[in-house]
Write a protein that binds this ligand. Sequence first.
Ligand SMILES: Nc1ncnc2c1ncn2[C@@H]1O[C@H](COP(=O)(O)OP(=O)(O)OP(=O)(O)O)[C@@H](O)[C@H]1O
Ligand SMILES: [Mg+2]
Length: 377
Amino acid sequence: MEINKIKLVNYRNYDNLEIEFNNNLNIIIGDNAQGKTNLLEAIYVLAVTKSFLPINDKSLIKFNNKFSSIKGLLRGKNFEDNLAIILNENGKIVKINDKEIKKLSDYISKMNVVIFSSDSVRMIKESPSSRRRYLNIQISQINKKYLKLLSDYNIILRQRNEFLKIINTSKNSDMDYLKILNDKYVSLSVDIYNYRKKYIDDINSYIGDVFSGIVGIDNIKISYVSNVNVEKDNKNIKKSLISRLDKNLNKELLYKMTLIGPNRDDFYFTLEGKNLSLYGSQGQIRSAILSLKLSEVILFGNITSDNPILLLDDIFSELDINKRNNILKYLDNNKVQTIITTTDIKNIDENTRKNANVYVIENGKIISREIISSRKE
Ligand SMILES: Nc1ncnc2c1ncn2[C@@H]1O[C@H](COP(=O)(O)OP(=O)(O)OP(=O)(O)O)[C@@H](O)[C@H]1O
Ligand SMILES: [Mg+2]
């Protein structure tokens, strides 16, 4: 799929911006703090309805304004839709072809994006909650049911936590109610586990081999550290989760909260079997993330039969020229619409530049543009 046009009003440091993207490569050039990341973020928000940064939606509205909007024309294999998201102080609404969409899961599964930014790298070293957030967003983009599942899970989790604060374990009725909560809790937890496990297994089926040639690192894997399924070769995950909850009840009563479940999941990368966040160099970590992103492009493409849009924020300055060219050639061959930012046009060679839309951005405005008209189908 491709985003052909985007229009921003009062978004971050943009008053009004209209920009056209071609189906292949688009390059955004600008000095620091001119709005490059903001522009990619806007495209991401249009797809996912929230930033890739863990921030409040209000930060997206231009200072001293009451609302912000992002509109875009999205073309997929069999559709062409106008997407819009309008944010104000009270919340946000999303629209497809001017019709408001109430069910967020219907909206989020429409436009798929994969982003690589400095935040993707940070995620590796941050707390598990940022990695869970990441997994949740990625899985929601390709599975409509996952978002609903997460919200159902969060409701039961909240109810269970509330109940742990007031439960009287000597009362039969209380223990019966806890059992009902536990049954629901376990069932939703195992569903989430299955989605996450499948996602990570799928990524692992691409990440190792496909990108060793392009990114230059071998033997990379993602390890899922599930808190739902903690045993090897477990035949009945539900049953063992119930019994872990039972065994841990005293501890949960002490802490007055749920200590077991997908709310404690995590994942990490390994390179040659070693945990990358503990032993990896900066360059290895960046390459691992890049491999993850390229794997996601393949995975999303396979699942939805349409490539996602790839947003690459300032990755070129830190990659050697061979890797850059390998990546661009790969994306071009596979018809992935790509939007990249850089502070320095020297990072992009002449030939590549000739086949791209190139925009120079200064202080939230386009100050120069080179648009290629040829559209590769
Ligand atoms: N809500 C907002 N309203 C107005 N301006 C904002 C808002 N949020 C961020 N900004 C401004 O946007 C600018 C940063 O933009 P952005 O992060 O896109 O820069 P960049 O071009 O990616 O820079 P770098 O090369 O340093 O990464 C900052 O000047 C910041 O003050
Ligand atoms: Mg930036």
